[in-house]
Write a new protein. Structure first.
Lengths: 327, 537
C-alpha cells in the first residue's frame, strides 16, 4: 500500500514534468510560504534543503557535478561569490537581471539580489540620548563609545560590511577602525540576535547589526527599549547588503529554475520580503514598511558584489589580527 | 542506581585469553572487527587526502599565529573543563552513590540529565541569565559581577554540561565495587573524606580516566558554547574558515591529531593502572556523612541547580514571556513531525552504533590485538571531529551513489561521530560475560546462535543499553550533519531550534528545546537508567 502510494506520487510528478531542488540559506520562516505559493501556482514540485548559507555553499562545492541542487538562495553575497568564484553559477537571463538595479547583482550576471538588509546602529533608548548618536560609523572608535558597542565579528553580515569598507576606504583605514573598536573594549557576540538582546537589556548601549533584527525583537516583545539608528548622509555604516539567488551549473531544467528566480522578484515575493520579514524589497516601486528610509538613500558596496566572497579570507584575517574576534 | 558506563580498557582486568580451538576463527573475529572500524577512518583519511593536495600551504597555516593562538586557547579550555568535570563528576558520583543523602535516587537521575542539553542551548540560556541586565539581574536586582564571555564562561558552561561523562562511569564503578575496603577503613577510624581519597578514589581511576577523555573530546569539538560566549577555539576557526579550504583542512587535521593524542594518552595511562574486578552487589552500601551531610547535600543541590535547573528556568522564562506577549508562531502541525523525526533517527543510530562497535569491542577485550587498539583509537577520536567535517567527508564518498541523500548516509554520519561512546560501554559489556560461562555453554553443546541469545546478550544488555543511550542523546542534539545529510523534507528538533534561533523567536527556541530535552530525558531513563536498575543494584 505504501509502495503503491509512493509510485503514484512519482508518476504524478513526472507527468507534470517539473521539479526543482532548492538549497536555501534563508530559513523556512523567511521563504517557505513563497515556495508553497509558487508550487501551487505553477504545479512545479519543490524540494528544499534548509541550512546555513556558508554550509550549503560548501555542500554544493563538495557535491561537484553531481549536485542535486538547481537553485541556491543565500543569506549573503559571500556564499554566492564563493560558488561564482568556483564557476558553479550560470549566467541569469537578461529579463531576470533587468528587474533589479544593477548595483544589486553580480557583474557577471550569475546571481541576483532578492532583498536587502541595511546595516544600522541599534541603541538602547533608555540609556542613550538621540543627540549622542554618531554621525558616522567611523566615530564609534571615539572614547565616548568605549565599552558600549557590540559587534559580531564572526558573523557573515559583519564580515561583508568590513569587506565593503576595505573596498571603499582601503585596508589601512579599515584595520585602524577594527583595532580602534577592539582597543575601545567593543564587546563581541555570536550573532545579530545576541547583540539586539544585549542592547535591549542594557548590557551595552549600541550594537552594529542588520536592521530587521530589531523589528522582529520588537514584534516578540514591544516593550524592549531598543531602536534602530540609520546612519545619515549615505555613511558607510548604513550600507545595504543583499540576500540573493543563483542558478547552478548542475540545474536540470534551466528554464524552470530561471522562472523560479523571476518569481522571487515578482510583486508577491517582494511584498512578502517587505511585510513579513521586514527587509528591503529590491525591485523598483515597492517600498519598505514602517519608518525605514527609502532604498535610494542607502549606499551599497561600490565594487563588484562578488568580490565580497572572494575577499572574505583576507577580511577574516584582518578581523582576527585586530583582536576583535578572540575571546 | 548505577547508571552504567564504561571504564576504559577493561581488557586488562581479565585473565589472559585461553588459546582457542581454531586460530582460523580468531582471524575471522579480527577481520570482522577491523571491517567494522573502517567507516570510522573515513573522515580522517579524507582530511589526509585533502592535506596532501597542498602540503606546503597546510604547513604555512599550521606554522602561523592563526593556528598557535586558537590551539593554545583550545588546550587551556580542554584542561580546565576536564579537570573541573573530574572533580564535579567524581564528587557527585561518590556523594550520590555512597553518601547517606536523602532522595538519592532523585539526585542520581538529576546528575545525568545535563547531558541532554545541547551546548548551544545551554550557552544561550547562561548568557541570557547572567549577562548584565539579564534574567538574574531582572529577577533579583543584582548585577552579576562576572563577565559572561571568554574562557571563564566557556569553561563554566561546558563543565556543567559535560561532567556527567565522568559521573556515569564513576557512579557505575562505585556501585559495582566491593565496599569491604571502604568499610574497613571506616571501622579503623578514617573520616568519610579520608576514606574517599585513600580508598574509593584509587579504585575509580580507570573510570575517571575514561570519562575525562570523553569530556576532553567533547570540549575540543564543541562549537555551540564557544561561539555563544565568544571564545575562539580551533573548532570555531574551522567554522569561521569555511570558505578558506586550506585553513579549514589544516585546522581540522590539527584537531584530529589532538583527539588521537588525547585518546592514546588515556590508553597509555590506563594500561598502567591496576584495577580490582567489579562485582554485582546485593545491597546498597552507604557511608554515614555525619556533620558533612548538610554541606554535601548543599553541594549536590548546587551542582544540579547550576547545570540542570538554571537552563530549564531560563527556557521556561522565555516560554512564559512568549505566552504573555502572544508571539508563538509554530506551523499548524506543531512539533510532532520534528519530534518523531529526531526520535526514530536517534534510536536507529543508537542501535546501529552498538551493532557496529560490538565486534570492535570484542576484538579489544577478548583478543587484545594491536589492530583492535588502532581501530578503537579511530572510533573514539571521531567524537572530536566537528559534524561538518564528518558530513563533508561522507558527501565525497557517497555523492556518486544512489545512497546519497538517503537516511543511510545520515545514519552513517551519526554512527561515525558518536560510535566511540558506544564502544566504551560495549567493552564493559563484553567484559561482563565470563569466558568460562561461554565455554561451558559451548561444551554443553549449545549452538553459536543459542549461546549468543541465552548467555551473551542478556549479560551484555545493560552495558549495551548504556552505550546506545549515549549515542542517542548526542544524535538528538546534532545539528550540522543533520542539516547537510538528511533526506530533503526530514524534520528534526535540532534543525527546528536552529531555524528559530536564526530569527529572534525565543519562544519557539525555548519550547522546541524543552521538547528536545524532555524527549531525551525520557529515552535516557527508559533505555539506560531504568534498565540498569534491573541488573546492577
Amino acid at each position: 500500500m505504501v509502495a503503491a502510494t509512493v509510485a503514484l506520487t512519482v508518476t504524478a510528478c513526472s507527468d507534470d514534468g517539473q521539479r526543482l531542488t532548492i538549497y536555501s540559506g534563508r530559513t523556512e520562516d523567511l521563504i517557505g510560504p513563497l515556495l508553497e505559493q509558487y508550487a501551487e501556482d505553477t504545479g512545479t514540485g519543490i524540494d528544499v534543503r534548509y541550512g546555513d548559507s556558508a554550509d550549503l555553499a560548501l555542500l554544493i562545492d563538495q557535491e561537484g557535478g553531481r549536485s542535486p541542487a538547481d537553485v541556491f538562495v543565500s543569506q549573503s553575497p559571500g556564499a554566492l561569490g564563493y560558488l561564482a568564484g568556483g564557476g558553479r553559477l550560470q549566467p541569469l537571463p537578461e529579463d531576470v537581471l533587468g528587474l533589479v538595479p544593477e548595483r544589486f547583482e553580480s557583474d557577471a550576471g550569475d546571481w541576483v539580489g532578492l532583498s536587502g538588509r541595511v546595516r544600522v546602529l541599534v541603541y538602547n533608548t533608555e540609556l542613550v540620548d538621540e543627540s549622542d548618536l554618531p554621525a558616522s560609523v567611523f566615530d564609534l572608535t571615539d572614547p565616548q563609545f568605549a565599552d558600549e558597542v557590540g559587534v559580531a565579528p564572526t558573523n557573515g553580515s559583519f564580515q561583508d560590511f568590513v569587506t565593503a569598507m576595505r573596498e571603499q576606504v582601503g585596508d589601512d583605514k579599515t584595520s585602524a577602525w577594527l583595532s580602534g573598536l577592539a582597543d575601545g573594549g567593543a564587546r563581541t557576540y555570536p550573532n545579530n540576535v545576541s547583540i539586539v538582546e544585549a542592547v535591549g537589556r542594557g548590557e551595552i548601549r549600541y550594537g552594529l547589526v542588520n536592521h530587521y533584527y530589531n523589528e522582529r525583537a520588537k514584534q516578540e516583545d514591544p516593550s524592549v527599549p531598543s531602536e534602530n539608528y540609520f546612519f545619515p548622509d549615505r555613511d558607510l555604516g548604513g550600507l545595504i547588503l543583499v540576500t540573493g539567488a543563483g542558478i547552478l551549473d548542475t540545474a536540470d531544467d534551466d528554464a524552470t529554475a530561471a522562472d523560479f528566480v523571476e518569481y522571487l522578484l515578482s510583486d508577491t515575493a517582494q511584498h512578502y520580503f517587505a511585510e513579513e520579514t521586514f527587509e528591503y524589497p529590491l525591485v523598483d516601486g515597492i517600498d519598505p514598511v514602517g519608518g525605514q528610509p527609502p532604498l535610494e538613500s542607502i549606499p551599497s558596496p561600490e565594487e563588484n558584489l562578488s568580490r565580497l566572497g572572494a575577499e572574505l579570507a583576507t577580511t577574516r584575517e584582518m578581523v582576527d589580527a585586530s583582536g576583535l574576534a578572540a575571546g | 542506581m548505577p547508571v552504567a558506563s564504561p571504564p576504559a580498557d577493561v581488557a586488562r582486568d581479565l585473565p589472559p585469553a585461553p588459546v582457542r580451538r581454531g586460530a582460523l576463527k580468531a582471524r575471522w573475529v579480527v577481520l570482522g572487527g577491523l571491517a567494522c572500524a573502517v567507516p570510522f577512518a573515513v573522515p580522517f583519511a579524507d582530511l589526509v587526502v585533502d592535506a596532501l593536495r597542498e602540503p606546503a600551504a597546510i604547513l604555512d597555516v599550521l606554522a602561523s599565529s592563526r593556528t598557535a593562538e586558537p590551539l593554545w586557547r583550545t588546550v587551556q579550555l580542554a584542561v580546565i573543563v576536564t579537570c573541573a568535570s573530574v572533580v564535579v563528576g567524581t564528587g557527585m558520583a561518590w556523594l550520590t552513590v555512597r553518601g547517606d543523602l536523602p532522595a538519592r535516587r532523585f539526585w542520581q537521575v538529576a546528575a545525568v540529565l545535563p547531558l541532554v542539553i545541547p551546548s548551544y542551548v545551554g550557552a544561550h540560556a547562561f548568557v541570557s541569565a547572567f549577562a548584565p541586565g539579564g534574567l538574574v539581574a531582572e529577577l533579583f536586582g543584582v548585577e552579576p559581577v562576572t563577565d559572561v564571555r571568554g574562557l571563564p564562561a566557556a569553561a563554566w558552561v561546558l563543565t556543567t554540561l559535560s561532567y556527567p561523562y565522568v559521573y556515569l562511569p564513576v557512579a557505575a564503578r562505585l556501585s559495582g565495587l566491593s565496599p569491604s575496603l571502604e568499610e574497613s577503613a571506616r571501622l579503623l577510624g578514617r573520616r568519610p573524606l579520608a576514606v574517599f581519597f585513600t580508598v574509593a578514589l584509587p579504585q575509580c581511576a580507570l573510570a575517571i580516566g575514561a570519562g575525562a577523555l570523553l569530556v576532553a573530546l567533547y570540549t575540543i569539538s564543541d562549537f555551540g558554547a564557544v561561539q555563544f560566549v565568544g571564545y575562539d577555539t580551533l573548532t570555531r576557526q574551522i567554522y569561521g574558515a569555511r570558505f578558506d579550504r586550506t585553513a579549514a583542512v589544516a585546522f581540522s587535521l590539527l584537531l584530529a591529531v589532538l583527539a588521537i593524542a588525547l585518546t592514546l594518552v588515556e590508553r597509555g595511562v590506563a594500561r598502567r593502572v591496576p584495577q580490582a574486578p567489579a562485582m554485582t552487589l546485593r545491597r546498597a552500601v552507604t557511608v554515614p556523612l555525619g556533620r558533612w551531610r548538610a554541606p554535601a547535600l548543599a553541594a549536590v543541590a548546587f551542582v544540579v541547580l547550576a547545570s540542570l535547573v538554571a537552563p530549564l528556568v531560563v527556557l521556561g522564562w522565555w516560554v512564559w514571556q512568549g505566552l504573555v506577549n502572544d508571539t508563538p508562531r509554530f506551523p499548524d502541525d506543531g512539533l510532532i513531525p520534528p519530534l518523531l523525526g529526531s526520535t526514530w533517527v536517534s534510536i536507529a543510530a543508537a542501535l546501529i552504533a552498538v551493532a557496529v562497535v560490538l565486534p570492535i569491542a570484542r576484538l579489544t577485550v577478548r583478543h587484545r590485538s594491536r589492530a583492535g587498539g588502532v581501530a578503537s583509537t579511530f572510533v573514539v577520536s571521531g567524537f572530536a571531529l566537528p559534524g561538518i567535517v564528518i558530513a563533508l567527508s561522507l558527501v565525497n564518498l557517497f555523492v556518486a551513489t544512489p545512497l546519497y541523500q538517503t537516511y543511510v548516509v545520515l545514519l552513517a554520519a551519526y554512527v561515525i561521530h558518536f560510535g566511540g561512546q558506544a564502544l566504551r560501554a560495549s567493552q564493559v559489556a563484553v567484559a561482563a560475560v565470563p569466558e568460562r560461562m561461554e565455554e561451558a555453554a559451548r561444551l554443553l553443546g549449545a549452538s553459536r546462535w543459542r549461546r549468543l541469545r541465552t548467555v551473551e546478550v542478556p549479560m551484555m544488555l545493560p552495558g549495551l543499553a548504556a552505550g546506545a543511550g549515549l549515542v542517542l542523546l548526542n544524535t538528538m542534539k546534532e545539528l550540522p550533519a543533520t542539516l547537510l545529510l538528511a533526506p530533503i523534507g526530514h524534520e528534526s528538533l535540532s534543525g527546528r531550534i536552529w531555524q528559530t534561533a536564526e530569527q529572534v523567536y525565543r519562544y519557539d527556541v525555548a519550547t522546541t528545546s524543552l521538547v528536545l530535552i524532555a524527549c531525551s530525558a525520557v529515552l535516557t531513563w527508559w533505555l539506560v537508567i531504568r534498565r540498569m536498575e534491573h541488573v546492577v543494584r
